[in-house]
Design a protein around this ligand. Structure first.
Ligand code: OGA
Ligand code: MN
Length: 203
């Protein structure tokens, strides 16, 4: 058993979230970042929206990042390599945590300087098919003073919340149960690049 997959499944089972540093090699991270940078320069990113279906809205006072959805039809070989890694996570979570995960959707995200995403859950009001959130950070370097942390509000048994701030350090993977962990992206002082995706219980 791959020790990283083993850790992901046991921490998701116990804590509903897990943080894995150096999930990918530096070489792979740089290649993904380079590909994302060229898609950005080609003007492919769009202002991100909130909600789903007909209720999809651009609300820059809630989130001010820009995204490019990954399209399963026209996926690059690098993206496919990442999807395979996420699929291995999907399989172990199904085996160990019985989550019934069937598919993955994801987008590249760019948070320009000053942007943020206010506190939210990744499940929409009307639909709850997003079960597990998987975020991979691609940034070349990140210091505490760059801010832009992912702030997770982890529910405790006594009803309180534990706040955990996670810097978007390149190669770091964050996985959590989409319906259980409210979170936000604090305003960033440096351009912040990631791939965010969701394992879903529908096709
Ligand atoms: C999201 C999100 C967190 C992050 O895209 O839904 O919460 O750290 N992203 O980028
Ligand atoms: Mn989110």
């Amino acid at each position: 058993m791959d020790p990283v997959l083993d850790r992901i499944s046991s921490e998701i089972y116990q804590n509903s979230y897990v943080i894995v540093d150096d999930f990918i090699s530096e070489e792979f991270r740089k290649a993904l970042l380079k590909e994302q940078t060229s898609l950005l320069e080609a003007g492919k990113f769009r202002q991100a929206a909130i909600g789903s279906g007909e209720k999809k809205l651009v609300r820059p006072e809630i989130r001010s990042d820009e995204v490019l959805w990954m399209d399963a039809e026209s996926i690059s070989s690098l993206q496919a390599e990442y999807w395979e890694k996420v699929d291995a996570i999907r399989q172990i979570l199904n085996q160990r945590c019985f989550l019934g995960l069937r598919s993955f959707e994801g987008h590249f995200a760019r948070y320009p300087v000053g942007s943020f995403y206010k506190r939210h859950l990744d499940q929409f009001q009307q639909v709850s098919y997003r079960v597990v959130t998987v975020i991979l950070y691609l940034n070349d370097s990140w210091a505490e003073s760059d801010e832009g942390a992912l702030r997770m509000y982890i529910p405790q048994e006594d009803g309180s919340e534990l706040i955990r701030d996670v810097l978007p350090i390149g190669g770091r993977l964050v996985v959590f149960l989409s319906g259980e962990i409210p979170h936000e992206v604090l305003p960033t002082k440096k351009e912040r690049i990631s791939i965010t995706g969701w394992l879903k219980n529908i096709d």
